[in-house]
Design a protein around this ligand. Structure first.
Ligand SMILES: [Cu+2]
Length: 107
């Protein structure tokens, strides 16, 4: 069983609204159900295993314009396989207040 990190929920929610990259909750709700989701192009910029995050440059996504930002990941093991500079297709969803990569496909 995986330990769940308890988020500072109200603060995280406020920060998330202004700055998605700061909200931190990398491992909770790893089993969050994923419906069929549109995939977006992304380029891996940075991997932070300690924080459980990957920084991606993404195109238009979930109402955001294209930008570079950090995401939590649904499965921390993905951080071992992603490489800076790699092009991926991915889907993101808000999981417990943190924008989280929930699906990855390699072209
Ligand atoms: Cu973004």
């Amino acid at each position: 069983m995986r330990l769940r990190l308890l988020p500072a929920a109200p603060l995280a929610a406020v920060l998330l609204a202004a700055l998605p990259a700061i909200a931190a909750e990398p491992t909770a709700h790893a089993a969050h159900a994923t419906a069929a989701q549109a995939l977006t192009d992304g380029v891996v910029k940075k991997i932070d295993k300690a924080a459980g995050r990957v920084t991606l440059t993404h195109g238009p996504l979930n109402g955001m314009p294209g930008m570079t930002m950090a995401f939590a990941v649904k499965d921390p093991a993905w951080l071992d396989t992603l490489k800076p500079g790699e092009r991926i297709r991915f889907a993101a969803d808000t999981v417990n207040g943190a924008l989280t990569v929930v699906k990855i496909e390699r072209p």
